[in-house]
Design a protein around this ligand. Structure first.
Ligand code: PEP
Length: 239
């Protein structure tokens, strides 16, 4: 079970350090089967090996080792911190940062070449959802263009765009339908759900048979809250 925190553009270097220390201490005492991942801002990276129970990840990178790419970070900068986990395809980067499927596929191939763990994000906008399930699946399969689904370090996060950061999660039965359909073609790839996950809805979502975890934004920002979410995931996993 993967429980992942996406900080987006939140937390400072200092508050990230405090958060990670508190989370690692919690995980030291509370042994869990969960694979706990945290994706801070790049300016808040700390050495990944300081936190034995947490996998530190990057929300973004540019597909180069190093070189002329103003404002971006490459593999050399990630490896300085021992970061080997990345998010790719998040809808905020697809929309606001205009990342195309072609560019996303390039990032994916680069991450694969480097042997990084990838959480690959997919999700449909509201107008596609309003046109029914078949349209949703067609849209989602389109987001696999150029993506090697046989890569063994791949997990997929299904995040309906209209549910991200809105406080309105998708309905559990709709999440189940999408995840079951993805699972039928994607076999053993771990599938996460993301989109307004919180303490109230996490248990029913990750109890779904095709759900292997959650990618959490807002509800992960407070470390005590994130610890509760891990406990909920752990309790579901034990059942
Ligand atoms: C996300 O950004 O991946 C996300 C799921 O955010 P939130 O939990 O805030 O909807």
């Amino acid at each position: 079970m993967i429980v992942a925190a996406n900080f987006k553009t939140n937390h400072t270097r200092e508050s990230t350090a405090n958060y990670l220390e508190a989370l690692n201490l919690f995980l030291d005492a509370y042994s869990t089967f969960c694979d706990v991942r945290v994706y801070p801002t790049a300016s808040s990276f700390l050495k990944a090996d300081l936190y034995s129970h947490i996998k530190l990840g990057a929300q973004n990178f540019y597909p180069i080792i190093n070189g002329a790419c103003t404002g971006e970070i490459g593999a050399q900068q990630l490896s300085e911190f021992g970061v080997k986990n990345v998010l790719i395809g998040h809808s905020e980067r697809r929309a606001a940062l205009k990342e195309t499927q072609e560019f996303i596929a390039k990032k994916y191939a680069f991450a694969k070449e480097n042997g990084w763990d990838i959480i690959y994000c997919i999700g449909e906008p509201k107008d596609v959802r309003d046109n029914g399930f078949e349209n949703v699946m067609e849209y989602l399969w389109g987001e696999f263009d150029g993506i090697d689904i046989n890569y063994e370090k791949l997990s997929i996060a299904y995040e309906p765009i209209w549910a991200i950061g809105t406080g309105i999660s998708a309905e559990v039965k709709d999440i189940a339908k999408v995840l079951d359909t993805l699972k039928s073609r994607l076999n053993n790839i771990p599938l996460l759900y993301g989109g307004s996950v919180n303490i109230e809805n996490l248990s029913s979502i990750i109890s779904l048979k095709s759900c292997n975890g959650a990618l959490i934004g807002n509800a992960s920002l407070d470390v005590a809250n994130f610890c509760k979410l891990i406990q909920i995931a752990q309790n579901v996993q034990k059942q």
